[in-house]
Structures are given as structure tokens and as C-alpha cells.
Write a protein that binds this ligand. Structure first.
Ligand SMILES: [Zn+2]
Length: 174
């Protein structure tokens, strides 16, 4: 985008102070993390599924998709209380990954809330990262070349550490 502005000689410079911060670091570094965390935001990739609406739980965080897991990781990193029991009903996670036992095999899950395929995917990725120092530097460039691969790698690794801190508290069974 900056190259486009430069080519067009618009005299516009894009500045993104959050480019190399994780979601948790952005939240922790803001002036009032508790206020920011209390704002009714939506991170979920599937907040209003048909089943959720049938259960009267539409337009809420599912709690188990990748953005929801990253959201909880950010709140944990920032030291924000993220207890599903304390949230108002319309803001509770439909699946509380801290309390429910999830199933790696979705065929064995007795209900949708117990499906832990995204937790399993994160754990698999963490295992790959630990097994090979070449995995993550390659993986983050799959979607295209990065302008600053070292800085991007650093933020990606710190982001994974935030997620790992959450996954340590999640029960995942076959
Ligand atoms: Zn979700």
C-alpha cells in the first residue's frame, strides 16, 4: 500500500505502531486495558451460526474458533479477568474452553461445543514449531514474501506463546 502511495506521489506515509505487536501486547500496552477489554467487541469467525440461533445463543463468541482462542490468549496476556461465569449472558462464550473437555476427533464430540479441532490444530502447530527451527520461518511466508521477516517471525512466535499459555489449561481428549 505504501508503494502505491509513493508511486502516486500522494505524500502519504502509513504508520502502524501495532505492526509488530501481538494482540495481547496491544491490549496490555493500551492506556486502560480493562476498559478496552470491556468494550463489546466481536472477534469470532462464526458468532451467529444457525445452531447458535436455534439455541438462543446467536451473535456470541463461539469460544473455540481460532480468533476466539487468540482473543482469550490476548486477555490472558494482558492480565484481564476472562471468566465465562462472570460475563453477562449475552457475552458468554458458547464454549468455555477453560471448563469444558474438548474432543480432538470431532466425530467423538457429543455436541458442537465439545469439538476441539482448532485447539488440536494449534497444538499440532506448536509441536511442529518445537520439532524444527525451520518450520515457522517457512510457514509464515506461505502466503507471500514479508518485508521484514525477522520482525514478523518474532511477533508470530510471541503470539504462539500467548496461545500456548491458554492451551495449557484446555482439556483435549480423543
Ligand atoms: Zn469463535
Amino acid at each position: 500500500m505504501q508503494q502505491l502511495f509513493d508511486t502516486l506521489a500522494l505524500g502519504i506515509t502509513i504508520v502502524n505502531p501495532f505492526e509488530f505487536k501481538t494482540k495481547g501486547e496491544m491490549l496490555a500496552d493500551c492506556a486502560d486495558p480493562a476498559f478496552a477489554a470491556g468494550v463489546n467487541t466481536m472477534s469470532c469467525s462464526r458468532p451467529g451460526t444457525r445452531n447458535a440461533k436455534l439455541e438462543g445463543k446467536g451473535n456470541r463468541h463461539c469460544g473455540r474458533c481460532v480468533p476466539c482462542i487468540i482473543r482469550r490468549a490476548a486477555l490472558k496476556k494482558a492480565g484481564i479477568t476472562d471468566d465465562n461465569a462472570l460475563l453477562p449472558d449475552d457475552r458468554k462464550y458458547r464454549t468455555d474452553i477453560y471448563r469444558e473437555t474438548l474432543h480432538a476427533s470431532t466425530a467423538k464430540a457429543t455436541n458442537k461445543a465439545a469439538k476441539g479441532e482448532n485447539v488440536m490444530a494449534f497444538r499440532y502447530m506448536l509441536a511442529r514449531v518445537q520439532a524444527s527451527s525451520n518450520f515457522l520461518p517457512s510457514a509464515i511466508q506461505i502466503t507471500g514474501p514479508l518485508e521484514t521477516p525477522a520482525a514478523s517471525l518474532d511477533v508470530y512466535q510471541r503470539g504462539l506463546e500467548e496461545v500456548e499459555a491458554v492451551l495449557q489449561h484446555v482439556r483435549l481428549v480423543d
